[in-house]
Design a protein around this ligand. Structure first.
Ligand code: NAD
Length: 424
């Protein structure tokens, strides 16, 4: 029985509500496994932590952090850590649930988890950020570990944050535990190819989808929302394949150049200052006009809840590649489907990052490291294989790629649930 006071009850319009309606949509395709579906509507475990840190001016500030383990039926928890002022428990629950689906969709031996801290990291000094990361890691140290739950980078966290997390966990447990996080610096057990893996996965699944709808990449016009790790890495590969980046939006604004934004000119500036602000090789347009831009491929690679029904009506692209987690709300999905726009959903499109995180974890355990070529070849093989399986399921039931991805993933998770049985 669900109580309206329960934390599993969604706030209208929240990412957790979006996730729950995606589970509703897949339930008719789950056959006898539907009897276990309630498992997917409740996180297994959610930890809320207080993070007090001393600021550089000597005052003490408190931040709220979370680690949610949505489902551990198929293996240890796996999922990133986000630092953002809008982080809530409900958002982290949704992100952890999407990790369960994603890990099962690509058949990685992981459950789903996610973490977050409600903080504007841009307002902290490097030392304050380190103190925040170390205290957060200590607090969630109760439930993470190389065999229990393995965090990774997400919005506003990076290899340096992972190094602090690894060091803190190792200090607390008395042994260097490289496998406790992925997305680490290379010389601390990180994997070659990890930084750009999510963007590479977006490109690989996008190329396969474009081929299936006869959309040539050479000359294709691409619009990207979010030009951080995922958006910029995907954009680079599309440019290498002959596409033109016509519009980019980040937290500072939106730029447009119908002839193509010169990636090689823009990128060093973004790396230096962390945004596209002040770039002179394109016209500045207002943020809302981003959704009207004439393009063939749209890559939302920022935050969730960006494509509602109204924006979905205006999108000109034939193909939407969800680099971000949860960028499209269910009504937006319906409108895109009615208009014949193909969506490669987040739960397969952006799974490249966690796939190479899996490679990193395996390499750390065996203390034997692969070349970047080996990693990219294995990544591509796994992503294409997973997408084909999903596409076949979509064709078989005449359902969207999103519902098909959920169908493949939920079947794997719930079969594991059934085979393990209920304890006690
Ligand atoms: P990032 O911090 O490197 O970049 C985020 C980008 O989004 C920045 O360019 C920022 O300016 C932009 N942005 C923030 N708020 C915005 C707004 N309101 N409007 C427009 N742009 C805005 O983060 P990332 O790692 O690239 O992650 C982006 C998305 O991809 C997130 O949804 C994340 O969960 C998802 N994702 C990331 C990974 C990964 O490996 N990093 C893996 C899977 C999914």
């Amino acid at each position: 029985m669900t109580s309206s006071l329960s934390y599993v009850h969604p706030t209208p319009g929240s990412p957790w509500g979006t996730y729950l309606s995606q589970v509703e949509r897949v339930t008719p395709y789950l056959g006898h496994l539907a009897r276990w579906v309630e498992t997917l509507k409740r996180p297994k475990r959610a930890l809320i932590v207080d993070i007090p840190i001393e600021l550089d001016d000597g005052t003490v500030a408190h931040f709220e952090g979370y680690r949610v383990q949505h489902n551990l039926s198929r293996g240890p928890g796996k999922g990133g850590v986000r630092y953002h002022p809008a982080v809530t428990l409900e958002e982290v629950m949704a992100l952890s649930a999407w990790m369960s689906i994603k890990n099962a969709a690509v058949n990685l031996p992981f459950g789903g988890a996610k973490g977050g801290v409600r903080v504007e990291p841009k307002q902290l000094s490097l030392k304050e950020l380190e103190r925040l990361t170390r205290r957060y890691t200590s607090e969630i140290g109760l439930i993470i570990g190389p065999q229990q739950d393995i965090p990774a980078p997400d919005v506003n966290t990076n290899a340096q944050v992972m190094a602090w997390m690894m060091d803190t966990y190792s200090m607390n447990t008395g042994a260097t535990a490289t496998g406790v996080v992925t997305g680490k610096p290379i010389h601390l057990g990180g994997s070659l190819g990890r930084v750009k893996a999510t963007g590479r996965g977006v490109f690989v699944t996008g190329r396969e989808a474009a081929r299936r709808i006869n959309l040539p990449l050479d000359g294709a016009r691409v619009a990207v929302q979010g030009f951080g790790n995922v958006g910029s890495s995907a954009a680079e590969l599309f440019v290498q394949a002959g596409a033109k980046i016509v519009a980019i939006q980040d937290h500072t604004g939106t730029i447009f150049n119908g002839g193509g934004i010169e990636f090689a000119d823009l990128m060093p500036m973004v790396q230096r200052q962390g945004s596209i602000a002040g770039f002179t090789g394109a016209e500045v347009i207002d943020d809302e006009s981003f959704w009207d831009v004439d393009c063939d491929i749209l890559i939302p690679a920022a935050l969730e809840g960006q494509i509602d029904s109204a924006r979905a009506q205006r999108i000109k692209a034939k193909l939407v590649l969800e680099g971000a987690n949860g960028p499209t709300v269910p009504e937006g999905d319906d409108t895109l489907a009615e208009r014949g726009v193909l969506v490669v959903p987040d739960v397969i499109c952006n799974a490249g990052g966690v796939t190479v995180s899996y490679f990193e974890w395996v390499q750390d355990f065996s203390s034997f490291f692969w070349t970047e070529d080996e990693i990219n070849v294995r990544l591509e093989k796994i992503m294409i294989g997973a997408l084909r399986r999903i596409w076949d399921t979509a064709d078989q039931h005449r359902i969207s790629l999103r519902t098909a991805t959920f169908a493949v993933a939920c079947e794997r998770i719930l079969t594991a649930r059934e085979e393990r049985g209920l304890y006690p």
